[in-house]
Design a protein around this ligand. Structure first.
Ligand SMILES: C[S@@+](CC[C@H](N)C(=O)[O-])C[C@H]1O[C@@H](n2cnc3c(N)ncnc32)[C@H](O)[C@@H]1O
Length: 273
């Protein structure tokens, strides 16, 4: 039987991700895979992008999901202000990428302070080009507002934007910045919340993305439907071991059968009062 195209990503999550410094959790890794699968089923194409790559923990998972013609836009301040902080030497990212066996051509390293040069970042990443954009840079308010603006412009109208630490009591500026940015927006609306991240997608694909997220993640995560900014949103409970369904069996036509099954049951919920 043909091997599943998701095996490298599964191997990375299970065996290698913990060797890379950073914060992506297995639950969010599972959500990234489910969203990628939804996009591949719907023919949504484009690069992946991340503001704040640090040493690559989340960027490498995203890179594992790229189609051959797609690239990982890895945006970070890196050593721009050396010897002053923040300081993140790109060699750590590059060294990890090589150790994991990546072709460096898959990455476009964008060294920038996103609050100082948003136009250059956007020009490099491309308007509307990213199908999955992960915002995980500095968590102060000016940064959140600047980074959300870049993400909203750089993400494809069919894509997904993910923000880190949106509802952490330790990072109230992220909460403020995200609620300010998304209140009343109609192009990107809340889709899902994990303990660490908030996911936003365009309304015309929300029921499709929701079906993949619910179908592909295990059913022991106490999933609920709640209300955020006048939209329903799927919430997942605190961390538990995440055993992803289906991804190891996607080869040899398994993917097509799964897409047919999931696409037959797009999920829409009524808005909780
Ligand atoms: C929390 S870490 C990212 C973690 C990473 N995404 C992961 O899950 O492994 C935040 C990153 O944002 C970068 N950063 C901080 N301020 C920035 C700025 N103004 N522009 C671009 N990157 C910035 C830092 O260099 C750091 O690598």
């Amino acid at each position: 039987m043909e091997a599943s195209p998701y095996l490298p990503a599964l191997d990375y999550i299970s065996n290698r991700m913990d060797g890379v410094q950073g914060f992506l959790s297995p639950l969010d890794a599972g959500l990234f895979l489910a969203l990628d699968l939804a996009q591949k089923g719907a023919g949504v194409a484009g690069d992946m992008a991340e503001i704040g790559v640090l040493h690559g923990r989340s960027a490498f998972l995203m890179a594992h999901l790229l189609r051959p013609e797609e690239r990982m836009q890895a945006i970070d301040i890196f050593d721009l202000y050396w010897p002053n902080p923040p300081y993140n030497h790109p060699d750590a990212f590059i060294g990890n990428a090589l150790e994991l066996g990546f072709d460096l051509g898959r990455f476009n390293l964008v060294k920038a302070d996103t609050t100082k040069e948003p136009a250059r970042v956007l020009e490099t990443v491309g308007q509307g080009k990213a199908r999955l954009f992960h915002v995980d840079g500095d968590h102060r308010l000016t940064h959140i507002l600047a980074d959300s603006k870049i993400a909203l412009e750089a993400t494809s109208p069919d894509g997904v934007i993910v923000f880190d630490d949106v509802f952490s009591y330790l990072m109230p500026e992220v909460t403020e910045g995200i609620l300010t940015t998304f209140k009343g927006r109609t192009d990107f609306v809340p889709l899902a919340l994990s303990p660490n991240k908030a996911y936003f997608c365009p309304p015309h694909l929300k029921s499709r993305y929701a079906a993949y997220v619910i179908e592909c993640l295990p059913n022991n995560l106490d999933t609920e439907v709640r209300r955020l900014l006048d939209h329903w949103v799927i919430t997942f409970s605190a961390e538990k071991p995440v055993v992803l369904r289906y991804f190891d069996k996607m080869g040899g036509g398994g993917g097509e059968v799964l897409h047919r099954n999931i696409q037959g049951r797009n999920i829409d919920f009524s808005l909780p009062p």
